[in-house]
Design a protein around this ligand. Structure first.
Ligand code: RAM
Length: 357
């Protein structure tokens, strides 16, 4: 799959109302049998089972006031309409490790068919998610994984290894593979950022990058103001800093805002993972040359269909099973219950105006 596939999908700008061909009569009134701890021991999948109508899904993002999470969840909620289900978003206003627990408990009591979660901490949410599964609720993590034994599926936006390594390659090219660099991350517990950072550090051990030195990993907690202040702190503490990678849409936009109004503009290179709409002005004013992401709408859409396929019995979460994800076509479950959306895509002045998210 080439990055251009993302271009094609993203330029659709609005979610197409896909045809709900060949769906179903059955509706869900009672919860399915309790989920086993391991998906491999689950009931057999029936790939031809129709998607059930009337499914109740809930999206639980890292935090509700993060524009990225809003795009993902709204797309998942829209997708549910295509298969005649109902979905909603609830969640905390901060991305701290324990902030999602009370929401999981409430959703469990309310008796949803599936909970979709971008986990703020892989383990803190585990007990509550297991309680939900014991009641027959399917659990799908997306964006940021929960511990694999606590969910049925993980919908990953891109290969974690590819995200981590490509972020280093992006910055290396922009600074001529030389100098001190720093990372401005989200929270210290975030599963997705921590996995990406592990691959970034590994990439940096390659001989090609021997003249690049990672001096600090700072945490802006996916809080705009804290990310802004942490950027300022990094630049003051490391006067020889040549580049910053911020693999979070909240972090990279706050860092860009700080740098654009500072003496570091044009001197310190910033890249990371951002949404085109948040980064556009900083690409236009020359603060940022290149950054990456995938299509967050497609992530929410895929997660929504995956949850519906699980609840409908088309899949159980086992490796090798396949399901149809509406307009995104057939998808296959990989190792450890992971489904990958596609490769990251690089945005720059020449293409950024083709995107609206
Ligand atoms: C932020 C969040 C999210 C991450 C994106 C790239 O919005 O940390 O989890 O996937 O950035």
């Amino acid at each position: 799959m080439t990055p251009m596939r993302l271009t094609a999908a993203a330029t659709l700008l609005a979610l197409a109302v896909a045809a709900c061909g060949g769906t179903t009569k059955s509706s869900v009134t009672s919860a399915p049998a309790p989920a086993p701890a391991s998906s491999s021991a689950a009931a057999e999948a029936d790939p031809n089972a129709p998607l059930k109508e009337g499914l109740k899904l809930a999206f639980l993002p890292k935090q509700i006031n993060n524009p990225y999470e809003t795009i993902v969840d709204n797309a998942g909620i829209e997708a549910a309409k295509e298969y005649k289900g109902e979905a909603k978003e609830v969640g905390p206003s901060d991305a701290s490790a324990s902030s999602q627990i009370s929401y999981i408990n409430t959703l469990t009591q309310q008796g949803h068919d599936a909970i979709l979660i971008a986990a703020n901490d892989a383990n803190a949410v585990c007990g509550p998610l297991q309680q939900a599964r014991a009641k027959g609720i399917k659990v799908v993590s997306y964006d940021s994984d929960a511990a694999p034994e606590c969910r049925d599926l993980f919908i990953n936006q891109a290969s974690s290894e590819e995200v981590g390594r490509s972020q280093v390659r992006l910055l290396a090219d922009l600074i001529g593979k030389k100098g001190e660099i720093a990372i401005l991350s989200a929270t210290a517990n975030a599963t997705n950022q921590n996995t990406w950072i592990t691959y970034m550090k590994d990439e940096l051990t390659k001989p090609d990058y021997k003249d690049m030195k990672l001096v600090k990993v700072a945490y802006g907690d996916d809080d705009d103001q804290k990310s802004f202040t942490e950027t300022q702190g990094l630049l003051q503490a490391y006067p020889n800093l040549k580049g910053i990678i911020s693999p979070t849409t909240v972090g990279v936009s706050a860092a860009a805002r700080y740098i654009s109004g500072s003496k570091y503009k044009g001197k310190v290179v910033l890249t990371g993972l951002g949404t085109p709409n948040q980064m556009r002005q900083f690409v236009k004013d020359g603060t940022v040359e290149k950054f990456a992401l995938w299509n967050p709408k497609d992530l929410g859409y895929l997660a929504s269909y995956a949850a519906a396929a699980l609840v409908s019995g088309q899949i159980t979460g086992a490796q090798g099973e396949t399901f149809k994800a509406g307009k995104l076509g057939e998808r296959t479950i990989g190792a450890k219950g992971e489904v990958i959306l596609g490769p990251p895509f690089t945005f720059e002045a020449a293409n950024i105006d083709q995107f609206d998210f």
